[in-house]
Design a protein around this ligand. Structure first.
Ligand SMILES: [Zn+2]
Length: 261
């Protein structure tokens, strides 16, 4: 038995026992991803070298890490879960989630300038001209000209998740990873959706199990305009940063976001 699993609930210990690598306390090949969980109250947890497994029947998510142990959470409080989910072994079911409330969108495709330096041969007549060589090479291996360091720049598409992490707003607005499907089934490749990481209108994510067939969310006493205003106020700093990156394509909307993971 893997000592790392000793504190887990029995059904998870049994699951670990069935795993070829984990059961022997060996390094599991699935430890090559990251796991990020956003909870409804704004808490954010991230692991490196980890993967997660869902048990929808018990409403649990278990995170297995290479270096930092195994953890089990009730996934009712989880607003967003992303990273190294292990599809093949997630035979415990699919997690269906509906977020109802205010959310943000931006138009994908915005770019940023990236700059770096390269060591190159600058000899006009050399076939290696402009090609980067390793840092420690002082003279061109082809023509012997002294290597020069030159500045390079390019435009690179902004990755929403990276952007939010870099600007420390990942715990304020969370970029969803799922594809956006328009009514009619066509994929909307242009839109990046973000959910605010607080309970808009005191609802947050609604997780339901399809075995109950019907989920009813009473929205009689909701005020979309007020919730949009609340998000604009609470996420003002994040919205400003997104506007700087994505221009005036940043929008705050109100609606339902359904996802299956
Ligand atoms: Zn050269």
């Amino acid at each position: 038995m893997n000592y790392r699993a000793a504190h887990l609930p029995l059904h998870w210990q049994e699951w670990v026992n069935k795993q070829e690598h984990l059961s022997k306390g060996k390094c599991d090949p699935r430890f090559n991803g990251e796991v990020h969980i956003n909870f409804e109250d704004g808490s954010l947890v991230s692991w490196k070298y980890a993967f997660y497994v869902l048990n929808t029947e018990k409403q649990e998510v278990a995170v297995f890490t290479e270096h930092n142990g195994y953890h089990v959470y009730n996934h009712r409080g989880v607003q967003n879960l992303r990273g190294g989910g292990w599809q093949k072994e997630r035979n415990m079911g699919i997690d269906y989630n509906v977020y109802i409330g205010a959310y943000l969108t931006v138009k994908k495709g915005a770019t940023k300038k990236v700059e770096w330096e390269e060591n190159v041969c600058v000899n006009e007549g050399c076939s290696l001209k402009g090609k980067a060589v390793q840092d420690n090479i002082k003279f061109c291996p082809k023509c012997g000209t002294a290597i020069k360091t030159v500045a390079r720049e390019a435009q690179e598409e902004i990755d929403a998740h990276e952007f939010c992490e870099e600007h420390d707003i990942i715990g304020v607005v969370f970029p969803t990873e799922e594809k956006v499907i328009l009514p009619g089934g066509k994929e909307d490749e242009e839109t990046q959706v973000f959910t605010p990481n607080f309970k808009s209108g005191s609802r947050g994510g609604q997780s339901f199990d399809p075995k109950y067939e019907q989920g009813v969310f009473d929205l009689s006493n909701t005020y979309p305009a007020a919730e949009i205003a609340e998000v604009k106020e609470k996420c003002a700093k994040a919205i400003k940063l997104l506007e700087e990156a994505y221009g005036n394509s940043v929008q705050v909307k109100w609606g339902a976001i359904s996802s299956a993971s």
